[in-house]
Design a protein around this ligand. Structure first.
Ligand SMILES: CC(C)(COP(=O)(O)OP(=O)(O)OC[C@H]1O[C@@H](n2cnc3c(N)ncnc32)[C@H](O)[C@@H]1OP(=O)(O)O)[C@@H](O)C(=O)NCCC(=O)NCCS
Length: 219
């Protein structure tokens, strides 16, 4: 199968045929945003994301224990600067003789779905993995998670089903100058996009205060 994210020696172009989605790398200062995002997921989405029933307390513990020095966390913000999509790239412990692997987990809030955000997060995590010497990108999900399976297969991942679960694997080629430049320029562009949204939001808030009612801009 054609491996869209990994097998080209040139940078991946995940956004070529649809809306362009800026993705930022998140840090410990984003913990509250991440928590808010995950708590907004309903019961079924939490089950799909974490593979089991996930009460608020478990989510709080998960977010509190995210290690931003070891792992990478990526996010996509909407015009209100809310975290509409986030992905956790967890580096798995190294095993002698085994390829270095990382596990990808993702969630997009219902309002943001179907706009390429999940795809962009997967693409960004894939490039970051290559740039940090990850050889296998791995997604574990429930076999009935059709959206995630579709996303994984579209990215060229090999999917194996067993006992109601599915594991998707992507063998990644090493980084090259293209992947390094791609990630750096994506990050810069996403920071720029965030700054624009921040200014627009401030201006909207100021006008809303001045006019005494909420300002709605046509999209
Ligand atoms: C999986 C998830 C991250 C996808 O996010 P998204 O932003 O909607 O993803 P995209 O818009 O990039 O792509 C979704 C693709 O899946 C397709 N899709 C959506 N629902 C589908 C379904 N039930 N069956 C098959 N395909 C489906 C869309 O048509 C789209 O395909 P396209 O790009 O070929 O048009 C999102 O649905 C989600 O957060 N689900 C709950 C948590 C979860 O399941 N996480 C994954 C486990 S780690």
């Amino acid at each position: 199968m054609h491996n869209k994210l990994a097998n080209s020696q040139s940078p991946s172009k995940p956004y070529a045929d649809r809306l362009v989605v800026p993705v930022r790398e998140l840090h410990a200062g984003h913990r509250d945003e991440i928590l808010r995002h995950l708590l907004l997921l309903n019961e079924e989405d939490r089950r799909l994301r974490f593979g089991t029933q996930t009460p608020d307390e478990v989510i709080r513990h998960y977010v509190g224990s995210l290690d931003f020095n070891r792992d990478a966390v990526f996010g996509s913000f909407n015009s209100q600067l809310s975290l509409i999509g986030m992905a956790h790239l967890a580096y798995l412990p190294r095993t002698k003789g085994q390829p270095h692997a990382a596990e990808f987990g993702v969630s997009v809030l219902p309002d943001g779905r179907g706009q390429g955000i999940g795809t962009a997060l997967l693409a960004r995590a894939s490039v970051h993995s290559r740039n940090t010497r990850i050889e296998i990108l791995f997604v574990h999900c429930l076999a009935n998670n059709r959206a995630m399976m579709h996303l994984a297969q579209k990215a060229g991942m090999r999917v194996e089903y067993a006992y109601g679960d599915a594991d998707a694997y992507l063998k990644l080629p090493p980084a090259n100058s293209g992947t390094i430049v791609e990630e750096a320029s994506n990050e810069q562009w996403a920071d720029f996009d965030y700054a624009i949204k921040e200014n627009l939001k401030r201006s909207n808030d100021a006008w809303s205060w001045f006019l005494g009612r909420r300002l709605v801009r046509p999209t």
